[in-house]
Structures are given as C-alpha cells and as structure tokens.
Design a protein around this ligand. Structure first.
Ligand code: PEP
Ligand code: MN
Length: 358
C-alpha cells in the first residue's frame, strides 16, 4: 500500500542533531523533540562529509541502530544523509524513512548517480530530499533531481541550505533566494524545505530565516536541534535545544494556502514582495562590499599621495558597466543615475579616509 507522501505537509518540520553522537545523546534529543509535539520527523547525520579532514566524521553505522531505536521510542519517522550505495543499503535496512543528499553530495554527479542506482527498485514509500549544491548552480541541482527521479523514487523534496563562497557576511551560507525560487518554477510539484541552520550558521538568525521561508511559500523546515548544543561534536554554534525549537516554531506563521482567488492573488503578491525584499538585501550587501573596497583604494591612494579622482578611471567604469547592463534590459539613463549615486558615496568615503589621516 502506498502511504501518504510524508513530505506533502505544509509546515513540515524535520528536526534533530547535526550528528548522532551517542545513543544517549540521540535518544534524549529525540524524546525531547517528540514531546514538543511540533516535530514530524527526526534527523541525524551518521556519516558526515566534512570540509576539513580533522573534523568529526560521524559515528557510522552503529548510529543507525540508535536512530531505529529513537523511531521505536517516539514513533517519529527518521531521516539521515547518504552519499554512497553502501549508505543507502544500510540506511534502508535500518528502516530509515527519509534519505537526504547533502550539499557536497548533490555537487558531485558521480555520487548522486551512485545513490540513484542504489535506490532503483526500493520501497516506493522512501522519501529522498536533495539539498542544494554548495554553488549556486541550478542545473546541478536539477540534474541531481533528475538522477534520483530516474531511479523510480516518487517522493522527492528539495532543501534550501544556502550557498558557499559568497561575500563574507554574518551568514554561513548566503541564501540567494532567487535560486530556490527558480527551482520551484522549474519543478513546482516538489516540496521545498528551508534549512535555516546551515544558512545562518548561528542561533540568533534562525527564526527570521525560517519566517522568510514561510513567507516565500516554502513547505517546511529542516532544522538542527541538540539537547546540549554547546557540547555538540559538529555545528555546535547553530544548534538549539528542543525547547528553544518549540518556541521558534510556535512563532512562525505559515500562511494558509487557499483556493480562494483573492487569497491566491494575495499569496502570490506576498511571495513576489518577499522576493523583492530578499533582492534588496542582496543589492545593499553588495553595495556595502563595494564601499569597503573603495575605502581600501582610498587608503592606498592616501599612503601613495594620490588624488581621490584619477582622470579617466571613472569614464572607464561607466563604459564597462554600460556594456554589461545593455544585455540586461536596463536603460542607460537608469544605470547612469544609479552609478552616479554610488560614485558620490565612494568619493565621500575616500574623502573621510584622507581627511582623518591628515
Ligand atoms: C547537515 O545537514 O548536517 C549537513 C551536513 O548539511 P549540508 O549538506 O547542507 O552542509
Ligand atoms: Mn550540520
């Protein structure tokens, strides 16, 4: 018998520690999460793909026994990350309900294909979540979905966990909301979850990030929770206790989906406005970064006794930008106005540097 799609739930919450660390840690966390009454599935990483080789790489397959025990104890479906055929086989044998591909795995088509091949012919109730790749490559993310779908898996969902390598910000991974929104345009049937833990990399931003996802009509959240976050062996700074998670979740407003035309229009309007808000944030983060660079140039000019305005340079900047923006459907007049305003602010910053040092 085919079960309901476990991912097909508005406001779905998959929570649990970044890593399974010990039987006690997992069972304590799972029990507390289950007692909140707000969690739909328990997550824990068993095999951890770490950026650096000297980090905690997971407890390995013994952790599956703890996960299975947590499932028996709480009745919650369980989820873990898989990156190889062996992981898939062991996880399914242990009764894991939701497998997920981590960002580093989605980035590698060889690994995705290996997982897809291992999934061929398995129980059709197994769900697979595909996290975005570490880079902002929509095609790579789509390719992973196509490979997994090609194995016959029907319950597929996406997890937006942010993108590495962007400008340094207070966030661990830049959300770049336009990428998941583009994915949703292309694959509207797939549920989209937000993983605010890996986007924020800290505890303080989690709530707002989760609410932004809810405002953008996401289907749910994957979020890290540990009964004693400070002592976590991985991602300690971003994990919160089950009690804190319950508070966070109770403050999130999931707009109800409605077939009512007025509500539908309002929903779309809210989604588009949310997109505008996110884009504005990105524009101004980039502008702040540009001012930072202008200040560095100011310091360089100052120490070499150069004037702020170097003749010819500004004209080159304008021409270069116009050559770029002419392909972007932006009028020259608008681009010139924006650039002028940016230029004035840069000069102002450089003037301050030069005057302060006098
Ligand atoms: C995780 O979920 O703990 C994890 C490793 O996430 P990501 O693949 O998004 O980095
Ligand atoms: Mn983690």
């Amino acid at each position: 018998m085919k079960h309901d799609n476990i991912l097909d739930r508005r406001g779905l919450v998959i929570a649990g520690p970044c890593s399974a660390e010990s039987r006690e840690q997992l069972l304590t966390t799972a029990t507390q999460l289950s007692q909140t009454g707000r969690v739909d599935a328990l997550r824990a990483g068993i095999w951890k793909p770490r950026t650096k080789p000297d980090s905690f790489e997971g407890v390995g397959k013994v952790g599956l026994e703890w996960l299975a025990e947590a499932k028996r104890l709480t009745g919650l479906p369980i989820a873990t990350e898989v990156a190889t055929a062996e992981h898939v086989e062991l996880a399914l044998a242990a009764g894991v309900d939701i497998l997920w591909l981590g960002a580093r795995t989605t980035s590698n088509p060889f690994s995705v294909q290996e997982v897809a091949d291992a999934l061929r012919g398995v129980d059709s109730n197994v769900a697979v979540l595909i996290k975005n790749p570490t880079t902002s490559d929509v095609e790579l993310w789509c390719g992973a979905v196509e490979r997994i779908a090609g194995s016959g898996i029907e319950q597929i969902g996406l997890v937006h966990r942010g993108f590495a390598g962007y400008a340094p910000t207070t966030l661990r991974n830049a959300p770049l909301w336009q990428i998941p929104l583009e994915m949703r345009q292309r694959m509207p049937q797939l549920p989209m979850l937000c993983d605010p833990s890996h986007i924020c990399g800290n505890r303080t931003g989690l709530r707002d990030m989760a609410q932004q996802a809810a405002d953008l009509d996401y289907n749910g959240l994957m979020i890290e929770s540990h009964y004693a976050p400070d002592s976590a062996l991985s991602d300690a700074q971003q994990q919160i206790t089950p009690t804190e998670l319950a508070e966070l979740l109770s403050s999130i407003v999931w707009r109800s989906r409605s077939t009512d035309r007025a509500a539908d229009y309002q929903g779309r309007l809210d989604t588009l406005r949310g997109t505008i808000d996110r884009l504005d944030e990105q524009i101004f983060s980039l502008l702040a970064e540009r001012m930072e660079v202008a200040e560095q140039i100011g310091r360089l000019k100052q120490s070499n006794n150069l004037t702020i305005l170097q003749s010819g340079r500004w004209g080159e900047v304008v021409e270069r930008v116009l050559a770029h923006t002419r392909g972007l459907n932006l009028s020259d007049e608008f681009v010139r106005r924006v650039l002028e305003s940016i230029h004035l602010e840069s000069i102002e910053r450089q003037k301050q540097i030069i005057n302060n040092d006098k």
